[in-house]
Design a protein around this ligand. Structure first.
Ligand SMILES: O=c1ccn([C@@H]2O[C@H](COP(=O)(O)O)[C@@H](O)[C@H]2O)c(=O)[nH]1
Length: 238
């Protein structure tokens, strides 16, 4: 029933709201994202609950700091046992290399499966105009490809990018590299604040490994029906 390639973003601010959604979605969703909103409100309990329920967890806290701070923070987060975690690729090569080594070291020390690390490239809420406004010298697509190459060289397992860049990242970094794409909008959903987005089927066709989908499911009048509609779409049932 569930498809591991769909990660539902639990952007709510209490454990109670999270549990209600997870119960409603039942076996239609097996992979959840805990982001800043939920983690800053509920803390590690959110991750622990999902793991206890047998779900996979993407802990999306987008670390962005000097290498030493990221090293210590990523070690603490590794102990929570998430499957995927994020840091910002714009933190640079040394920061990414330090984080990649810290996750491997901490997971080995605890004899737990190693969480996969993803570098956030350029947020999907940003278009070329917004990127240039903050001083971006090259086009978004070019910068994302550059950051993806750098992330791979630094020992990072994958990227978070928009689906628009997925094909090029796949070409550059190969089949094993994880490409996680938020900015997913089924035809029935509003764009909200997303600027670089496409449909679930198109994103997979373009090379995404995982799709992050929040509001089109969690804010639908009937979340389970919305999730099932998306599953049907990606499994070719339209
Ligand atoms: O570039 C990025 C990085 C992360 N996100 C996160 O994904 C979800 C998307 O939610 P929707 O409701 O489907 O828009 C959200 O948790 C973001 O923090 C992103 O959108 N873009």
């Amino acid at each position: 029933m569930a498809d591991d390639r769909i990660i539902t973003a639990l952007d709510v601010h209490s454990v109670e709201e999270m549990k209600t959604l997870v119960e409603i979605l039942g076996d239609s969703i097996s992979f959840y994202k805990v982001g800043m909103e939920l983690f800053y409100s509920a803390g590690p309990e959110a991750v622990q609950y999902l793991k206890y329920e047998g779900k996979k967890v993407f802990l999306d806290l987008k670390l962005h700091d000097i290498p030493n701070t990221v090293d210590q923070s990523i070690r603490a987060l590794t102990r929570l046992g998430a499957d995927l975690m994020t840091l910002h690729g714009t933190g640079g090569r040394t920061m990414m290399e330090t984080a990649a080594a810290a996750v491997r070291d901490e997971a080995a020390r605890l004899s737990i499966p190693r969480p996969r690390l993803l570098a956030v490239t350029i947020l999907t809420s940003m278009d070329d105009a917004g990127w240039q406004e903050i001083g971006g010298k090259y086009a978004v697509a070019e910068t994302v490809a550059h950051l993806a190459k750098l992330a791979k060289e630094a020992g990072i397992d994958g990227t978070v990018s928009s689906p628009y860049e997925a094909g090029e990242i796949r070409r550059l970094n190969g089949e094993e590299f994880l490409i996680v794409t938020p900015g997913i909008r089924p035809v029935f959903a509003a764009a909200n604040d997303q600027k670089r987005f496409t449909t679930p089927a198109q994103a997979l066709q373009d090379g995404a490994s995982y799709l992050v989908i929040g509001r089109p499911i969690t804010q639908a009048a009937k979340p389970r029906e919305a999730a099932e509609k998306i599953l049907k779409e990606i499994q070719g049932g339209y």
